[in-house]
Design a protein around this ligand. Structure first.
Ligand code: CTP
Length: 407
């Protein structure tokens, strides 16, 4: 594989030399790009000796002004190690003032980022916000280790071991165009059910999990239609986003777009009730108690379960207790292949959080608890397990078929 290794200007730059050596040993071609600050820590000659290729440094010192484009197109993966706080900020915001940051914008393949910096810089809200942006963009983050840092402090910030970064690179490349043959319909966010023209009933869903699923699916090559309730999130790149407001609008769009879908994921937190006969004018304040009459909304997932054909159907179960039992009950009652059980209401996981801890209930009878992780990582695990499940179900069908032929 042809790997681009971007080296930022931190003391950990010397470890990038070890990483380059390891990647060469594993049989990859490695092209190193150094920032100007990196050159203060390691000489380009070190990398040239290890990789057999001149390290690229200055954007303006090369013959062709568009070399960063051809270098980007000519490689399979970009790994940035160490990524300093400054470099992460530039990547997150799309600044392009040297070869590495310019190349990053021109590169369309998978990106892995291994940060290294002082513990306070790592924990700073600005760095954490940039980290989240990069993670949401689908980049693989190889988290820094905790330990003694060059600045004399102890804590997270030390560049991950070169072996760990190499392993992350290997798993990133194993992934990932495995959804290329799929058309995936995803719903996300809450729905809003009007009480009158200015008020509505809704819930605390942020849409982050559904959007992470859409981004993950698109990055793995799927055609993705995202039917989204009202959220404060940018439409993911490479995804067709269809905005809706109410449960009924969501239902109509889901069935309008269902035909080509091979996988359907219902991550939306659909309101279970809507106001019967919501008035066309604003309800005026009175001193007396008023009551709202609520009708149930259509259960979109249950209807999908009845009409799913050979599609893979994945539902969600947002629970505050009895997660596993409720996930399995919903799996069976709504005829799903997988239900992602999601504890909501806690601080670290669930609706508004960037992280999630879920349990997967599968129609094979298996329950798979996943560790607390970023929603994008959880999204990838959901698709990994969905593909495995389909293979298992498909295998079973083939066995049944051959059994039928035998008898
Ligand atoms: N769902 C749906 N249509 C509804 C309600 C829920 O499609 N009207 C889907 C959700 O998108 C989710 C799954 O059903 O994939 C479970 O939603 P959840 O709110 O957890 O469960 P409910 O079925 O509404 O049951 P309860 O509220 O009693 O837990």
């Amino acid at each position: 594989m042809k790997i681009l290794l971007g080296v930022g200007g931190g003391i950990a730059a010397y470890k990038a030399a070890e990483l380059a050596r390891l990647l060469m040993q594993q049989g990859h071609e490695v092209q190193v790009i150094m920032t100007r600050a990196a050159e203060e820590f390691v000489r380009p000659l070190t990398f040239a000796a290890l990789t057999g290729r001149k390290a690229l440094t200055d954007l303006f010192a090369i013959e062709s002004a568009i070399e960063h484009i051809s270098v980007a197109q000519d490689h399979d993966l970009l790994v940035i190690a160490p990524a300093t706080a400054d470099l992460m900020a530039k990547l997150a915001h799309g600044l392009a003032d040297d070869f590495l940051t310019t190349l990053y914008l021109a590169f369309t393949g998978p990106v892995a980022i291994a940060p290294a910096m002082n513990v306070n810089m790592w924990q700073h809200a600005a760095t954490q916000a940039n980290l989240e942006t990069l993670r949401r963009r689908g980049h693989r983050i190889v988290e820094p280790d905790s330990g003694y840092l060059a600045c004399g402090m102890t804590g997270p910030g030390r560049l991950a071991a070169p072996e760990e970064i190499a392993e992350a690179i290997a798993s990133e490349t194993r992934k990932r165009r495995d959804l290329e043959d799929e058309t995936i319909l995803i719903t996300a966010g809450p729905t809003q059910e009007p009480i009158d023209p200015v008020r509505f009933l809704s819930n605390r869903s942020s849409g982050k999990m559904g959007y992470a699923l859409a981004e993950a699916a698109a990055a793995r090559g799927a055609r993705v239609v995202l039917i989204s309730g009202p959220v404060n999130l940018a439409p993911p790149r490479g995804v067709e986003t269809v905005p809706v407001r109410t449960a009924i609008e969501m239902r109509d769009k889901v069935f309008e777009r269902l035909a080509p879908a091979t996988i359907v994921v219902k991550a939306a937190a659909v309101a279970d009730f809507h106001v019967a006969n919501a008035p066309g004018q604003k309800i005026k304040k009175t001193a007396a108690r008023i009551s709202l009459e609520l009708d149930p909304t259509p259960d979109i997932l249950a209807e999908l379960g009845r009409k799913k054909g050979d599609r893979l159907l994945i539902g969600f179960a947002a629970e505050t207790q009895n997660l596993q039992q409720e996930a399995r009950r919903k799996l069976e009652s709504k005829n799903c292949d997988m239900v992602v059980g999601n504890l909501v209401g806690g601080a670290d996981s669930g609706f508004e959080s960037d992280y999630n801890q879920v349990t997967l209930a599968l129609s094979s009878g298996e329950n798979i608890p996943l560790p607390l992780a970023g929603k994008r990582e959880v999204a990838d695990r959901i698709f990994d397990e969905a593909l495995k499940l389909r293979l298992a179900l498909h295998g079973q069908q083939i066995t049944l078929l051959t059994d039928g032929l035998k008898s």
